[in-house]
Design a protein around this ligand. Structure first.
Ligand code: BTN
Length: 319
């Protein structure tokens, strides 16, 4: 019932009477009153005025199942939601759920992670109540070689959502880090399970630093949060919803083309690398060149000093 009440309060222009809530939900006034009380305890500011009813003054930045379900309005991404107050890693949970048959579009969200996973086996710092830690389960019907493109689709979706919700210039550092003011604000970890020539599932883990006031030690030199960049806090649940909507938009373009051709221009527009000098940390030897942007397969095209254009498929580049 919390979810429904939150949704109705959010969608109502002014006050919503207790009577309207009771009738629409088919419950007693006491039940409505109790649920409003619970929401207040969770941090929502709900004004109750005699003869008028209830009004949501300000939505608190809580991430709960009810908050998320009442915020999400995407067609399929996130329509099956699995929520944890605290878990080890949403990627680990998502893998387990996918093994148990969780459907395409299942979204696993946690308010805190105790063993967040980063790329290359690194630990991902995921403190309580300040970030978005979530993993989307996908069951795409294409061959495993294309799965890495999903990471770029995700980076585009997350950067788009951050830009439209906060106005910050969130740009993508190829292939999938999102940076604001030169520091990392989002990390994406894509994992896959395959069998013979087909994908069983792909899980896309997304970590967004939202409301941290600072980062410990060395991390502070490279990491930032939306709050630090904006100078004010950001509500997390509308951002989760915006990411899911943007993901659906870009995923549809990707699915139709079977590659990134429909997304190349937008990706390159928001890529921090395009037109800049990059150093490619190739295991066969480092080299430098000008990044020209990505191609339809997601490779970064780098023009070396001799004029040769190299295609970087994997690995890291530094700006
Ligand atoms: C990176 O190293 O840049 C990738 C970090 C990915 C972190 C996210 S947080 C949600 C999801 N669960 C995890 O354990 N990792 C990803």
């Amino acid at each position: 019932m919390k979810t429904e009440i939150l949704k109705m309060l959010r969608e109502s222009e002014g006050y919503l009477s207790g009577q309207q809530l009771c009738e629409q939900l088919g419950v007693s006034r006491t039940a409505v009153w109790k649920t409003i009380g619970q929401l207040k305890e969770e941090g929502y500011q709900i004004q109750a005025v005699r003869n008028k009813g209830y009004r949501l003054v300000q939505g608190a930045d809580v991430i709960t199942r009810a908050e998320l379900v009442s915020s999400l309005d995407s067609a399929w991404a996130g329509s099956n939601l699995v929520y944890y107050d605290r878990t080890d890693s949403t990627n680990t949970r998502a893998r387990q759920l996918a093994e148990q048959g969780a459907p395409h579009g299942t979204l696993v969200v946690a308010d805190s992670q105790t063993a967040g996973k980063g790329r290359r086996g690194r630990h991902w710092e995921a403190p309580d109540g300040t970030g978005i830690w979530m993993t989307l389960i996908l069951r795409p019907e294409f061959e495993p070689q294309r799965a890495s493109m999903l990471t770029l689709v995700t980076a585009l979706a997350v950067s788009d959502a951050i830009r439209s919700l906060t106005g910050l210039e969130a740009v993508i550092k190829w292939p999938n880090d999102i940076v604001c003011g030169g520091k990392k604000v989002v990390g994406i970890l894509t994992e896959m399970s395959t069998e013979a020539e087909w994908i069983r599932y792909v899980i896309v883990g997304i970590g967004i630093n939202v409301n941290m006031d600072g980062f410990p030690g060395e991390l502070g030199k490279t990491a930032t949060s939306l709050k630090l960049e904006l100078g004010r806090g950001v509500k997390r649940s509308p951002l989760v919803a915006a990411v899911m909507n943007a993901f659906e938009k870009y995923y549809a373009l990707f699915e139709t083309a079977g590659d990134l051709s429909g997304l190349v221009d937008t990706y390159n527009l928001w890529s921090a690398n395009t037109g800049r000098q990059v150093r490619v940390l190739d295991p066969a030897g480092e080299y430098q060149g000008e990044a020209l942007g990505i191609d339809s397969q997601g490779a970064l095209l780098v023009k070396c000093s001799e004029g040769e254009v190299k295609s970087v498929i994997s690995g890291e580049v530094s700006v």
